[in-house]
Design a protein around this ligand. Structure first.
Ligand code: B12
Ligand code: SF4
Length: 507
């Protein structure tokens, strides 16, 4: 029984798919993994799916799938079109069953079954092992938990879900043993080498000086923001909002085991949606062990409600050097629509708590959602006021509001006629590409931490109102386009340098 697992994502982390590979290996199955990263997508310089229709890609994939019985593909919404194109093409050249899993098949299994033979709804570890065991034994598998398929009449059947995996420490570490792992590199699918692994794991940001390892220490999120996939997970798994944690020792052991394979890892990202939601005693234990065993700089995510000074101090002492906090909006009306409960005062208090640690955390990032079609200029002005009050220096990450399928926000927007009932904008959209106008320019200038009196001026009501008028709004957009083009040039140069560092050849 041979399983090939394909990640169409722009980066090579694919923790979910790697976890499945590790479980399958533990159960005695051979897996091969193929990664199709794309830096230009990751750099937010283009929308998704520009990699479609490349026949040579299919030829190379077909060669890697020649002995496969099962081909697994991990699919987020913006990977849907690429996964569809790959699956349709692979169906012609391979007899293997094609199985999709990940967030998109979880929220939209029916449409995925137009291209995949099978889908996995929700968590995949137990499901995929059970499926492979049945397939290897030549036994019937249509009753496997979490499985979706079309019956002989073409009707979609979705089996009951296995309970959520509660003891995460029991799961093997994600498969970073890159033997029989392949990567799309310079238009060719080639075997991964240590240098290629290091190259593709190097973070773009300046906070880390080399390859970065991302690790998930928890699953689930206590919040249900209306635009977020966690909102969809809570609908299918009632226990989703109860965070499931790995023990600190287990997380540290994973990081250390990857470092033995990839010794140049120079920083760690705690990928959890809200790592600081962990209790103080957990964070104390984690910090102590991390400092003792790993001692690499790391970054973590928080919400305003969970950015507690005591937790931040313990983590900063252990190496926390970069914090990302979701603000999303400062407008009361918008926060209500997003189901975000942090008050602006709580947000400012959290930012000040982080700022107090500026010796260790010099420049935190605050996430903001922009381009919200529900917002008027009063809402935008409210957010700009909040941003202008944040203690500098900081970065802002701006994300264009995207209506992901399965979320409350998309359902409400469809019901209200804000987006069409068959809206597919999320299938192509890179949410890091936003509108060129004065509002986004003003936010971006704050992110650059320009001269404060200038930022104050940009955030006054009179200037804001004036610049939102057509010619000035357009001109501001052009100024923003110029700044973004300069940023892109800087990033491209960074990539060239990173290529030189890891692969020894100029791009
Ligand atoms: C880390 C992360 C990233 C990383 C790494 C991505 C990666 N996985 O390689 C980066 C920064 C690159 C990233 C990028 C983006 N991300 Co992201 N990301 C996440 C995050 C925080 C964790 C993912 C993770 O590792 N989870 C842990 C693993 C164990 O869970 P899992 O991936 O769901 O996998 C399990 C199951 O889904 C299933 N499964 C998964 N794949 C498969 C395959 C098969 C065959 C089977 C059987 C089962 C199966 O089994 C797994 C184990 O149980 C999630 C939020 C979250 N909490 O999941 C968002 C999330 C996945 N990202 C999201 C988004 C929107 C993006 C972007 C599109 C944003 C953008 N820039 O526009 C990009 C897209 C990148 C792309 N197309 O390549 C959304 C997806 C929403 C959607 N409907 O698609 C999420 C859910 C965030 C959110 N809260 O809404 N992301
Ligand atoms: S806090 Fe973050 S991860 Fe949790 S539901 Fe809200 S947006 Fe999603």
């Amino acid at each position: 029984m041979r399983v090939v697992l394909i990640s169409p994502y722009s980066g090579i982390e694919a923790a979910g798919l790697r976890s499945l590979s590790a479980c399958l290996k533990k159960a005695g199955f051979a897996t091969r993994m193929v990664f199709l990263p794309d830096f230009l997508e990751a750099m937010a310089t283009k929308h998704y799916n520009a990699r479609l229709s490349r026949p040579e890609l299919i030829e190379q994939l077909a060669a890697l799938c020649h002995d496969a019985d099962l081909i697994g593909i991990t699919v987020m919404t913006p990977s849907f079109e690429l996964a569809s194109w790959l699956s349709d093409a692979l169906h012609i050249v391979s007899k293997a069953q094609i199985l999709w899993g990940g967030i998109h098949p979880t929220v939209s299994p029916e449409e995925c079954l137009e291209h995949a033979d099978l889908v996995c709804v929700g968590e995949g570890e137990r499901m995929v092992v059970e499926l492979c065991q049945r397939m290897a034994d030549g036994a019937a598998y249509t009753d496997v938990g979490n499985l979706g398929y079309r019956d002989a009449q073409g009707a979609v059947v979705l089996n009951a879900l296995y309970p959520l995996e509660h003891d995460l420490d029991q799961l093997p570490f994600p498969d970073f043993d890159y033997t029989d792992h392949y990567v799309l590199h310079d238009d060719k699918i080639v075997p991964f080498t240590e240098a290629l692994m290091h190259y593709y794991l190097t973070d773009l940001g300046s906070w880390a000086d080399g390859p970065v390892y991302g690790v998930m220490t928890t699953r689930g999120c206590p919040y249900t923001c209306s635009y977020c996939a966690n909102n969809a997970y809570t609908a299918i798994y009632p226990g989703w909002s109860h965070i499931r944690r790995r023990s600190p020792a287990n997380v540290i052991a994973e990081i250390q085991s990857v470092r033995t394979r990839l010794p140049r890892i120079s920083a760690v990202i705690l990928r959890d949606d809200t790592f600081l939601a962990n209790a103080r005693d957990y964070i104390a234990e984690f910090s102590q062990l991390y400092k003792q065993e790993v001692a690499l700089p790391f970054r973590a995510y928080t919400t305003a409600q969970t950015a507690d000074s005591a937790k931040l101090e313990m983590l900063a002492d252990a190496g926390l050097c970069y914090v990302i906090m979701g603000i999303q909006s400062g407008a009361q009306r918008t926060k209500k629509a997003y189901q975000r409960r942090a008050s602006n005062q709580q947000i400012l208090d959290a930012a000040r708590a982080i700022h107090t640690l500026r010796a260790q955390i010099p420049r935190p990032t605050y996430d903001l959602i922009t381009d919200n079609p529900y917002e008027n200029d009063d809402d935008r002005f409210e957010t700009l006021q909040l941003v202008n009050a944040l203690p500098a220096p900081y970065r802002l990450s701006l994300y264009a509001l995207t209506f992901y399928p399965g979320t409350d926000l998309a359902r409400t927007a469809k019901a209200q006629g804000m987006i069409p009932t068959d809206d597919r904008s999320a299938y192509r959209r890179n949410f890091q590409i936003y509108r060129l106008d004065y509002y986004n320019l003003a936010l971006f200038c704050h992110s650059l931490n320009l001269f404060k009196p200038l930022l104050d001026l940009m955030a006054t009501k009179a200037i804001f109102r004036l610049c939102r008028h057509k010619p000035l709004d357009w001109l501001s957009g052009q100024a923003l386009a110029l700044i973004l083009a300069l940023r892109k040039r800087k990033n491209v140069n960074l990539f060239a340098k990173r290529r030189l560092d890891w692969l020894g050849s100029a791009q």
